[in-house]
Design a protein around this ligand. Structure first.
Ligand code: HEC
Ligand code: HEC
Ligand code: HEC
Length: 116
């Protein structure tokens, strides 16, 4: 009888390779971003931090696509309300994490917005 082990190893290697290539092919976007914050000034946003910490892209990208400027575009088209991302995503999550006693992000205006 032939030993199945080498074939199993080969299959495992192919599967691992596919997963690695899949991850590398996924566009991760900029590590650090500067989001337009209207009259209150820009919002520096550590994108990579959130990707690694939260894991699930759709926490945010369920609401707006993975393209630069998509929030502004949706706001201009009336598909996102002004401050909707800020209030319902950024601040809501930071408050919830804080309340749960976890590491969290800023919740006050001046901690997020930088006046130029
Ligand atoms: C906490 C919120 C959040 C999470 C989680 C998140 N993103 Fe983003 N992402 C953003 C924001 C905000 C933008 C900028 C949108 C804009 O410019 O209007 C963005 C933009 C992008 C862009 C386009 C910008 C560029 O530099 O090309 C890509 C690509 C992207 N994200 C990929 C991902 C992937 C992949 C994941 C999951 C591994 C992810 N994002 C998770 C908030 C998030
Ligand atoms: C966690 C970070 C964060 C905090 C805290 C925060 N903002 Fe924002 N703000 C953003 C982001 C991101 C945007 C752009 C997306 C949006 O409009 O939802 C924004 C957008 C805005 C805009 C522009 C809206 C528009 O459409 O022109 C104003 C004005 C604003 N914020 C004021 C404030 C004020 C006032 C406070 C304090 C009460 C505050 N922000 C707190 C992140 C934050
Ligand atoms: C679903 C939860 C979640 C959402 C949505 C989210 N954040 Fe955060 N944010 C976190 C957590 C958790 C941390 C703490 C990360 C850490 O300390 O490792 C954090 C940290 C931060 C920090 C501080 C990073 C540092 O180095 O101290 C900033 C700035 C920030 N977030 C901005 C934003 C902005 C702007 C948005 C909206 C576009 C946003 N976050 C959306 C969970 C979230």
């Amino acid at each position: 009888m032939r030993k199945p082990l080498p074939y199993l190893l080969l299959i495992v290697c192919i599967m691992a390779g596919t997963v690695t290539l899949g991850l590398a092919a996924q566009k991760m976007g900029a590590k650090e971003m500067n989001l337009p914050g209207g009259s209150r000034g820009d919002v520096p946003f550590p994108h990579f931090n959130h990707q690694t910490k939260l894991g699930d892209c759709n926490v945010c990208h369920g609401l707006f696509p993975q393209t630069k400027g998509s929030i502004e575009k949706l706001k201009a088209d009336g598909k996102l309300k002004s401050k909707q991302v800020m209030n319902r995503h950024c601040i809501r999550c930071h408050k919830a994490e804080k309340k749960a006693g976890n590491a969290s992000g800023p919740t006050t205006c001046a901690q997020c917005h930088v006046r130029s």
